[in-house]
Design a protein around this ligand. Structure first.
Ligand SMILES: [Fe+2]
Length: 231
């Protein structure tokens, strides 16, 4: 089944990253910035991160601000997939997100949400990839299209968006277990979120949003997106 067919049926699709050389370079650049030194053993870094305080996490986020090539690297590592969905001429998020998920009950979580709520256009796709195998529950769970749309329709009938029905939903969903080298792409209507999890390792992942330049934008424009052409 082609990727866009998978996306049409479920609203999300898992695929293998095509250019692992670029993706590994991205991982090395990000981890180098976070920890201020080169460290090839990702699990060593994840263990260190799991013990970091909120201030230390914020400090590593500040370190990351000087790294601005992440978005191109993310797109370049998955060029054929991106081109199949949106063509060669793109609007891409200016800065790819680096996302940490720390173990333990008192950590920040992403409640169930869909990306449309942040003002991106309905023609945007989100690409999400972990920097290591996801062998615990530190990943992200996704509701398929049928379930996501049914919840949204119910909200719509009440005139609300990402309101209490979604916010109070339990976090009993099982996160998808991806291997390093796999990524997930999903449309902006798919509900997804994190759960609290127990592990000695933190989870580190990267995400980027992109759309075709032929499709209209919504609130998000040049503050958030930049023009990018696949060679
Ligand atoms: Fe999200």
């Amino acid at each position: 089944m082609k990727l866009h067919e998978k996306l049409n049926s479920k609203g999300y699709a898992i695929f293998s990253i095509e250019n692992m050389k670029v993706f590994k370079k991205l991982r090395d650049s990000v981890t180098h910035k976070i920890f201020n030194k080169a460290e090839k053993n990702i699990n060593h870094l994840r263990k260190k991160m799991a013990k970091m305080s909120n201030i230390e996490i914020n400090r590593s986020m500040i370190n990351l601000l000087s790294f601005s090539e992440g978005s191109e690297m993310m797109i370049n590592s998955c060029q054929n997939i991106v081109e199949e969905l949106c063509g060669k001429e793109l609007f891409i998020q200016r800065r790819a997100n680096t996302i940490f998920n720390l173990p333990g009950k008192d950590q920040r979580r992403q409640w169930p949400h869909y990306e449309m709520m942040s003002g991106i256009s309905p023609f945007t796709y989100v690409l999400w990839a972990p920097f290591h195998d996801l062998d615990d529950d530190g990943g992200v769970y996704y509701f398929d299209k049928k379930k996501s749309y049914a919840i949204m329709k119910k909200e719509y009938s009440k005139g609300i968006v990402n309101g209490p029905d979604i916010l109070k939903m339990s976090h009993n969903e099982k996160p998808i277990k991806l291997n390093f080298g796999e990524a997930i792409v999903f449309n902006p209507f798919i509900l997804h979120g994190n759960t609290a999890f127990e592990s000695e390792f933190a989870r580190i992942a990267c995400s980027i949003r992109f759309q075709s330049t032929k499709k209209p934008l919504m609130q998000r424009n040049s503050d958030f997106l930049k023009y990018y052409k696949i060679n």
